[in-house]
Design a protein around this ligand. Structure first.
Ligand code: AMP
Ligand code: GLY
Length: 429
């Protein structure tokens, strides 16, 4: 298989790391990629993930067999539909849904209505636009605090606002509807607040069959004890102790099966990953959101725990032939600690030289997220999330210890990290 992977974050680095271990991989190409992925394949830093014409050209010139789309933006903008219409690319295998399928993430209203149609448990909601401001306020008055407001469209992970008071909620509603996220918040979802613990379930599907990948939990807030503003994610662990067999049976029966069947019954040929963000409310799962891709930094932990041939999984998803694929999961724990730039998720300086130990052992990895090479070829910081230290261990404690040891060996000015990843789960064990 000649593979082109789109993306440049820790998620894509982890996907590349796992693909590189498959005997089925002939050559890996990554656009745009990052300096950490150099050792697994050829990166094309000049080609962005929404450069559809350049991507089509690259696929042709490199005789790519399989395209794997990492991030949501190209999917929501319709890269799959675009490529399907290109001459000479009809046989291209693609992991990633078409534009209609990507609406499960691209429009929260679409995903809520989909769940309603298929009786999938989620928070009660209503959607409003500017003309419905007064009805929206009335709806807020019917709900109890805290209030959950969501921009309908993609807002780079910042589109959800949780307000403690009604007056704060009305103020946020006004800001959203008057264009805080442009077109993405022209419509706003108001929903009931769900109280519980969250986890991330990843499903690999070929449109008919599916496999549930190792379940993970991420840590979104910047501060220890889950405080402060939301980030792209500060760490993750897998498996998740409270997502036991009884809980996962409910997830499969009430959420995953109806989701896959629902997509099919609506004529959506979904070949790709579905990331289901779940709330465990007193032992019952509720969907917080769907994403049309893998999560970051969950993928970094999840990839460490997949033991079966990952390229075979991708190929069979794209071919519509998942059938008897045997997914093998490592019984070990995986943990990921994200190293960020001081100041993140607000403004932060970049361009600081990075040093780290040589490529770690097989059961651990340093995945790059926000790194680049300066004009002299030195590795420097270039983003808020810089690197992730991801390790396996026979217990959660061991996996975490290994992560913090690895993270401690990385040096750059302004290095910041959360010291409490996984601590809440250790209490549950
Ligand atoms: P999202 O961007 O949809 O992942 O939402 C960001 C975060 O907001 C989620 O991870 C939850 O922690 C929180 N959230 C979203 N919807 C709800 C809800 N209905 N009840 C409670 N928390 C929520
Ligand atoms: N870790 C959450 C996300 O990827 O959206």
């Amino acid at each position: 298989m000649n593979i082109l992977l789109l993306g440049s974050g820790g998620r894509e680095h982890a996907l590349a790391w796992r693909m590189a271990r498959s005997p089925r991989l002939s050559r890996l190409h990554i656009a745009p990629g990052n300096p950490g992925m150099d050792s697994y394949g050829t990166c094309y830093p000049e080609i962005g993930v929404t450069d559809f014409a350049a991507i089509a050209e690259l696929i042709r010139s490199l005789a790519i067999d399989l395209l794997v789309v990492g991030p949501e933006v190209p999917l929501v903008r319709g890269i799959v539909d675009y490529l399907r219409l290109k001459e000479g690319l009809t046989d291209l295998l693609i992991v990633g849904p078409n534009q209609v399928g990507a609406q499960i993430e691209g429009s929260k209203e679409f995903s809520k209505a989909f769940m309603e149609r298929h009786a999938i448990p989620t928070a009660r909601y209503r959607a409003f636009d500017r003309s419905g401001y007064y009805q929206a306020v009335e709806y807020l008055q019917e709900l109890r605090p805290p209030y959950v407001l969501k921009a309908d469209g993609l807002a780079a992970g910042k589109g959800v606002v949780i307000c403690e008071t009604l007056s704060e909620a009305k103020h946020e509603l006004q800001l959203l509807l008057s264009g805080r996220f442009g077109k993405a918040s022209a419509r706003v979802i108001i929903e009931e607040y769900l109280s519980g613990i969250e986890c991330s379930v990843f499903v690999a599907t070929d449109g008919t069959d599916y496999r549930i990948l190792p379940v993970a939990k991420d840590y979104k807030r910047i501060g220890e004890g889950d405080t402060g503003p939301n980030t792209g994610g500060m760490g993750s662990v897998s498996p998740v102790p409270f997502a036991d067999q009884a809980f996962m049976d409910k997830v499969e029966e009430r959420i995953i099966r109806p989701t896959i069947q629902g997509l099919r019954s609506e004529g959506i040929d979904y070949r790709g990953f579905i990331f289901v963000g779940l709330m465990n409310v007193g032992g019952d799962p509720y969907v917080i959101e769907y994403n049309c891709r893998m999560g970051d930094p969950e993928t970094e932990s999840v990839m460490l725990r997949i033991d079966s041939d990952f390229v075979e999984l991708l190929e069979r998803m794209a071919r519509g032939d998942l059938g008897d694929y045997q997914l093998e999961e490592s019984p070990q724990y995986a943990a990921t600690v994200v190293l960020v730039s001081e100041g993140y998720p607000n403004d932060y300086p970049k361009g600081f030289p990075i040093s780290y130990p040589h490529e770690p052992a097989f059961d651990s990895a340093l995945f790059h997220s926000g790194t680049t090479r300066d004009t002299s070829g030195h590795l420097v910081t270039s983003g808020g999330r810089v690197l992730t230290a991801s390790c396996l261990g026979s217990t959660l404690q061991e996996a975490l210890k290994a992560c913090y040891h690895l993270a401690g060996q990385v040096q750059y000015e302004g290095k910041a990290l959360r010291q409490d990843i996984g601590q809440d789960l250790l209490k549950l064990l």
